[in-house]
Design a protein around this ligand. Structure first.
Ligand code: ACM
Length: 708
């Protein structure tokens, strides 16, 4: 019985969401926050020493000297100049030569071979900065470290006036694993090219070097195949929750643009053509893939495990083989990287013989194109070409089954893969799935495997994650682990994702969803893949990570300010000043510029008047007071009530707790909670004159404020 029905991970999930570990069980007690060196580097380098003395200060005249004629190495010099330009306003000159000039940023790709392809050393002090590597790729990784040694504002997209000093330090570094990836599910939710490029840059900053694109699924086919135009004409017209698209796919030129952009960041694109399940979109376009030989109707729903290629008879097996040959050949020709990912997950309806037939057809096509087969760990059950790479996505329940009479299917398939000599990438869903909610309040994603707070994304070891919970009985030997991949699924990329969406559901832009779910967990997983296990420690990591929130803010990355991380920087006093507070274009307003204490606040079309301007002042307890600029009165909960529905009014400022507000960044804005009641500032509607009250959090946009 090779196929017990592995129930839709995203569906059954809903029912089990509550039966997960309490969040508090996973958090360490408030650890004493010992200071970490600033700026803090993520991923943790193999060795980093503080150097005494001043750092090196960049000026408009600083040169970037690349000690090689190698085009790729010169390209890293230009990349660095471009990276520094927006925030500093400098256009640093990139020069060549063979000797290192003083007072420069020196990039030397002529380092010893012992550094490996990605290793580097970095030395910074008052006389300059030198990054040494064995080739351009190592220089590029070193430049990511260099960028973190500059003040956080260097990540800003607009010019900042300040000095730009590189912290003095001595670093020697190289990765633990060669494969450090991130997967984007562009099938359930389509990411336009610009958003993919943005995500590439975000991931490259943390030394991620593989971009796995989940290009096909039930809800969409996202890559144009010249010989099969229907695949994108019909098969790309849906997403999870959307119908009627005409350009929800990558043309050959789009894909080329992504691949080239990734290459310029020393990142390899891994295309996935999932099968034999997750193939509904293909079946809307190619009827021969179906037993009834009829076009399937496009699917925009949320279910998992709904499809299978028809593999019942020779005629359909042949049609599937022809289809895969055409598709895989075309994708391979567009893809410079060595891997083609064949999926293989969640195929409850397939018999072993049908599954084998799929794997044989697909791997034959991959090998014919001189590529390496990659697949989810289920692929291990069928014969595979030598050198195949399997991606493990099991979880703690699989680990607990190891060595028992009833080992899980995943563990059995892993054993099959090991026996065939496969190599493995670790994406344990309870640590590395970025679509899993951080906690119960996360607006997006699922929780079928529990919650994944930042600590859980960080605290695991790829070398033992296929062992029993105590680390013994490891199924995949350590030397067969090639790396780590974070996976961002998108079938629940909407607010209120614990239920199905309704007409009022808010759908964030793909990049907003990606930022919120990936930051801070993607940097955590990047460190799992890069840093030696012995150098990894949650107490140190959370503090280093806490320094990075300000970098993301500067870069415009809408991260989740997770409560298990001590965030440093402007998120503290950053809101001080005169501000306008809006939702849906309507501003928090004192009606008629009234000066009467007790007047209830409203929302009104934003017009820039003083009665819509509020002076925010941060208090020592971290809350803010809000003083209206027309009346001079403070926003206050009427009667210091703790009841939902109480009016928010203006009153003479007293500093009392009913006039203090906890302002918290959330995806797409801020919430403002009364420090007295914990209830949120809420407007009744988007109509002019809608009354402001305090209400329990519901996630509605009427409680989410833009503060500008
Ligand atoms: C998977 O999550 N179905 C690979």
């Amino acid at each position: 019985m090779r196929w017990s029905y592995r129930r839709g991970r995203r569906l059954v999930a809903l029912a089990t969401a509550a039966a997960t570990l309490p969040l508090t069980a996973m958090l360490s007690p408030a650890a004493a926050d010992t200071p970490v060196p600033t700026p803090a580097v993520v991923p943790q380098p193999v060795s980093q020493q503080a150097v005494s003395g001043a750092g090196f200060t960049l000026t408009a005249g600083t040169r970037i000297a690349v000690l090689s004629d190698d085009t790729a190495a010169r390209g890293v010099g230009s990349y660095l100049a471009n990276l520094l330009a927006p925030a500093t306003g400098y256009s640093l000159q990139v020069v060549g030569g063979t000797t290192a000039p003083a007072d420069a940023v020196v990039l030397d790709p002529r380092g010893p071979a012992s550094l490996g392809a990605e290793g580097y050393t970095l030395s910074s002090g008052s006389g300059g900065v030198v990054v040494t590597a064995n080739g351009a790729q190592g220089l590029f990784r070193g430049v990511q470290t260099l960028r973190q040694l500059l003040p956080a504002e260097v990540e800003s997209t607009t010019r900042q006036s300040r000095t730009w000093t590189v912290a003095p330090t001595q670093i020697s570094d190289s990765p633990r694993y060669e494969y450090r990836g991130v997967m984007l599910d562009v099938a359930r939710r389509f990411f336009p090219v610009a958003q993919v490029k943005r995500y590439i840059d975000e991931a490259a900053a943390y030394k991620i070097n593989k971009l796995h694109l989940h290009l096909t699924d039930d809800q969409g086919w996202r890559i144009a195949i010249g010989a099969l135009p229907n695949l994108t004409k019909v098969g790309a017209s849906t997403q999870s929750g959307f119908t009627g698209g005409t350009d929800w796919y990558y043309t050959a030129a789009d894909y080329q643009e992504i691949v080239s952009y990734a290459a310029s960041r020393f990142m390899t694109v891994v295309p996935e053509i999932d099968g034999p399940g997750h193939t509904w979109a293909a079946q809307t376009s190619v009827p021969e893939l179906r037993c009834d030989n009829k076009y399937a109707r496009p699917y925009s729903g949320f279910d998992v495990g709904v499809s299978l290629y028809c593999l019942r008879d020779q005629q359909h097996k042949d049609a599937t083989r022809d289809f895969l040959r055409t598709v895989i050949k075309a994708v391979a020709e567009m893809t410079p990287g060595p891997y083609i990912h064949l999926g293989g997950d969640e195929t409850p309806q397939a018999t072993p013989e049908q599954y084998d037939s799929y794997v044989d057809s697909a791997t034959t096509a991959v090998s014919a194109a001189n590529k390496t087969t990659m697949g989810w760990h289920q692929l291990g059950q069928s014969p595979l070409p030598a050198g195949s790479l399997l991606q493990y996505w099991g979880s703690a329940s699989d680990q607990s089954s190891i060595g028992t009479a009833a080992e899980s299917e995943s563990i059995r398939f892993l054993r099959d893969g090991v026996a065939q000599g496969a190599t493995f990438i670790m994406s344990p869903s309870d640590h590395a799935y970025l679509d899993i909610k951080y906690d119960a309040a996360t607006p997006y994603g699922l929780s079928w495997v529990g919650y994944v707070p930042v600590q859980k994304s960080y605290e695991w070891d790829p070398a033992t994650v296929t062992g029993k919970p105590d680390g013994t009985g490891v199924v995949v030997p350590a030397q067969k682990v090639a790396g780590v991949e974070a996976a961002l699924w998108t079938d629940r990329a909407y607010e209120g994702s614990s239920a199905l969406p309704t007409s009022g559901t808010r759908w964030p832009a793909p990049q907003e969803y990606a930022d919120f779910m990936s930051f801070p967990r993607l940097p955590a997983l990047a460190e799992v893949g890069w840093s030696p296990q012995s150098a990894r420690d949650w107490t140190s990591f959370r503090q280093r990570l806490g320094q990075h929130g300000q970098r993301w803010t500067a870069a415009g990355i809408g991260y989740y300010p997770a409560p298990d991380v001590p965030w440093a920087g402007p998120s503290g006093s950053g809101l001080n000043g005169i501000r306008t507070v809006t939702t849906g274009g309507k501003a928090l307003d004192v009606p008629g510029s009234s000066r009467t204490p007790g007047t209830q606040l409203v929302t009104w079309t934003a017009h820039g008047g003083a009665n819509q301007k509020w002076s925010f002042t941060r208090q020592s307890d971290g809350t803010y007071t809000l003083v209206n600029q027309a009346s001079g009165l403070c926003a206050d909960v009427n009667g210091a009530s703790t009841a939902a529905g109480a009016a928010i009014v203006q009153r003479t400022c007293t500093g009392g707790v009913s006039q203090r507000w906890n302002v918290t960044p959330v995806s797409g804005g801020y919430t403002m909670a009364s420090a007295n009641s914990g209830l949120l500032v809420t407007t009744a509607s988007t109509a002019n004159g809608a009354l402001i009250t305090q209400q329990a959090a519901t996630g509605t946009a009427l409680q989410r404020w833009t503060i500008s």
